[in-house]
Design a protein around this ligand. Structure first.
Ligand code: IDP
Ligand code: MG
Length: 178
């Protein structure tokens, strides 16, 4: 028996937010429905969602922590969809212990090591070039989640106020319907 904890000592996990991306292989292989169904097991709320065409700039910024890895070039091509389709589905999930819940259902980074009933275990593969095509991205800690959510979404694209915002006058050219 674990005697190090007293009854009632365990605090409820705080509400968290996490960035989830269905990567281009997930979309092109029509895995979206299956992935969303698996994610719904977490009982978390989706508070933002959009289809994104990933620019090189966004891809490099998203994966900057891996820039010295030998697979970085292929990884950037992968997330930009050069191997598949140039779209991803980016979402924000919100709720208690969201980060760990999504990571657990996503499975290990290496799809061959991921539990077989996890999303990566079910749908991922390693390419002959050695890229882990693991169909889904999920933030790994609150700091990373904040950085990533702010990189992928503007405040008004998220239905809940999750981080402080400020108002700013911006004069810029915008593409509008012709
Ligand atoms: P994570 O996606 O599980 O958080 P990270 O270490 O953040 O794992 O790596 C980001 C992505 O880079 C992975 O999801 C995978 O697509 C790719 N990747 C990571 N490590 C390797 C590797 O050793 N070989 C090939 N691809 C990798
Ligand atoms: Mg990561």
């Amino acid at each position: 028996m674990d005697t190090s904890k007293h009854e009632g000592e365990e605090k409820a996990m705080p509400e968290q937010k996490t960035l989830v991306i269905i990567k281009p292989d997930g979309l092109v292989k029509s895995l979206t429905g299956g992935i969303l169904t698996k994610l719904s097991e977490t009982k978390l709320k989706i508070i933002a969602a959009k289809v994104v065409r990933v620019s090189r700039e966004l891809a490099v910024e998203h994966y900057y922590h891996l820039k010295d890895q030998p697979f970085f070039g292929e990884l950037i091509k992968y997330i930009m969809g050069e191997h598949h389709t140039n779209r991803v589905l980016a979402m924000v999930y919100y709720g208690e212990d969201a980060i760990q819940k999504v990571r657990a259902i996503a499975g290990s980074t290496n799809p061959e090591e991921a539990e077989s009933i996890s999303i990566r275990g079910m749908f991922g593969r390693i390419t002959t070039k050695g890229v882990f095509e693991n169909v889904i991205h999920a933030s790994s800690d609150p700091k990373e989640a904040e950085r990533e959510i702010k990189l992928w979404f503007m405040p008004d694209e998220i239905v809940t106020d999750i981080y402080p915002t400020t108002e700013k006058e911006v004069a810029r050219k915008m593409r509008v319907w012709a």
